[in-house]
Design a protein around this ligand. Structure first.
Ligand SMILES: [Zn+2]
Ligand SMILES: [Zn+2]
Length: 301
């Protein structure tokens, strides 16, 4: 079923979806209504955002291809309208796996221009320079047909959905979607709730970019904003602020030790991000991995 990927893919998404190795047949799609016409769907892979109304269904991210029928069934419980727009927050397969099915069904796929570029050719995922998995090029029908460089706004279902690019954050093609009227923000994988984020450095992601992305998202939020993370539970502004501040603290702690001339191994041994690892209940291996990601993002090799 995982036509678009081969070999080591469970390792790639082990970060984002620890239970991917379980049969996708067992996955249930959970529907949360956030406000009139706005929903969050939780299944396996990146969280889905929906705008539903008389102009049709606008879906943000579409998880894995084998889940498309279940996702469409969940949408059919909400509305009789069909999927008109498919928006991808970035290229990763746990957010774009349903593109081929939805594209064939007539959905218009929209994403940042680097999403189309990366999906058009084979991608080798690396962790700090080390190859981890390969994703094959997607068929044409799965590619975004409308791309943008900085921002795009959809005037549908009585709301303005403003999607804006944040540079070199989780990847080089991330977009955050702000439902202006509904006061909902879908952050894609620029926000992993209650854990170290995965930063795809081989796709142009960086620690400074992901901190800046959280800042850009915070700038459009107020105390009532509902936030859909790429992975994790529905959140609010304070959750994003805590996350952003923790990232900044960790970045600065690693940078300081780098300035003192310490090697990556010495920095890892000094455990400068131990408090954040404890806050998010992360393993020591994850802690070392995230230090390596920060170190790499700050130019360490
Ligand atoms: Zn993801
Ligand atoms: Zn991702």
């Amino acid at each position: 079923m995982h036509r678009a990927t081969r070999s080591l893919v469970p390792m790639l998404f082990a970060f984002a979806t620890p239970a991917l190795c379980q049969n996708l047949d067992d996955v249930q799609i959970q529907t949360l209504q956030l406000t009139d016409g706005v929903y969050m769907l939780i299944g396996q892979g990146g969280n889905i955002g929906l705008s539903v109304g008389e102009d049709g269904v606008f879906i943000i991210d579409d998880q894995f291809a084998p889940l498309t029928d279940k996702i469409l069934a969940a949408i059919a419980e909400i509305t009789s309208e069909s999927v008109r727009f498919v928006f991808n927050t970035h290229w990763h397969g746990d957010h774009t796996g349903g593109n081929e099915n939805l594209g064939r069904a007539g959905g218009l796929i929209v994403a940042h221009e680097n999403v189309r570029e990366r999906m058009s050719v084979e991608q080798v995922l690396r962790r700090i320079g080390r190859p981890v998995s390969t994703t094959q090029a997607s068929p044409d029908v799965a590619l975004p047909v409308i791309t943008f460089a900085e921002e795009v706004t959809f005037h549908i279902n009585g709301d303005d959905l403003h999607a804006f690019h944040v540079a070199n954050a989780h990847t080089d093609g991330d977009a955050i979607v702000h439902f202006v009227g509904a006061n909902v923000v879908h952050m894609g994988d620029t926000f992993f709730r209650d854990r170290f984020p995965f930063i795809d450095t081989a796709s142009g992601g960086s620690i400074d970019g992901i901190i800046a992305a959280a800042g850009a998202a915070l700038a459009v939020m107020d105390e009532d904003t509902q936030v859909i993370p790429g992975h994790g539970a529905l959140s609010g502004r304070e959750d994003v602020r805590t996350y952003r501040d923790a990232l900044k603290t960790m970045r600065d702690a690693v940078a300081e030790l780098m300035e003192q001339g310490m090697s990556l191994e010495q920095i890892q041994a000094a455990r400068p991000i131990r408090a954040q690892a404890a806050m998010w209940n992360q393993s020591e291996a994850s802690e070392e991995g995230f230090i390596a990601t920060i170190h790499y993002g700050l130019g360490g090799r």
